[in-house]
Write a protein that binds this ligand. Sequence first.
Ligand code: FES
Length: 149
Amino acid sequence: MCSGLECACGVSRRRLIGVAGAAGAAALGAAACGSQESGPKPYDAVRGTVVAKTGEVPVGGGKVVIDGKLVVTQPQEGDFQAFSAVCTHAGCTIQEVERNIHCLCHGSEFDIATGDVLHGPANEPLEQLSVTVKGEDIVLDEKSPQGGR
Ligand code: FES
C-alpha cells in the first residue's frame, strides 16, 4: 500500500504518477507493491478467462494486464507468452513492456520470451504462465506449464 510520498516497496508517488498519469496513480499505486507471500496468486483469479486480445500485444513487446497482475508478450509473431507481473526483486508489479519487461521500481529488466533476468537487481526470473490463443482471444490456462517456475 502506498501512502504519502513513497510506497513501502520504495516506489515514489511521483514515479507512479509519471507512469500512470494522475488519474491512474492511485489504482496503480495500490497495485505496484506486490506481495511474495505464498497462497493464491493474483493471476489465479483470471485463469480460464480472456486476459488480452492478440491485437493488443505487439510483436517484439507485450502488455501489462493489471487485472490478474500478469504480463502477456509476443516475442515472435504468433508466439504468445505470459508471466506473473510480480517482480522477483521486491514484489512490485511490473509497469512497462517494450523490447524487455521493465520493473520501474529499481530498474530490473526481464526477457519477453523467457522471463529471465536481463538486468538486476532481480536475480530470479519471472514466474512463467501458459496461455492458449483462441482466435483473437488470449486465455490464461488453468494450469502453469509442467516444470514451470
Ligand atoms: S521490485 Fe525492485 S526491481 Fe522490481
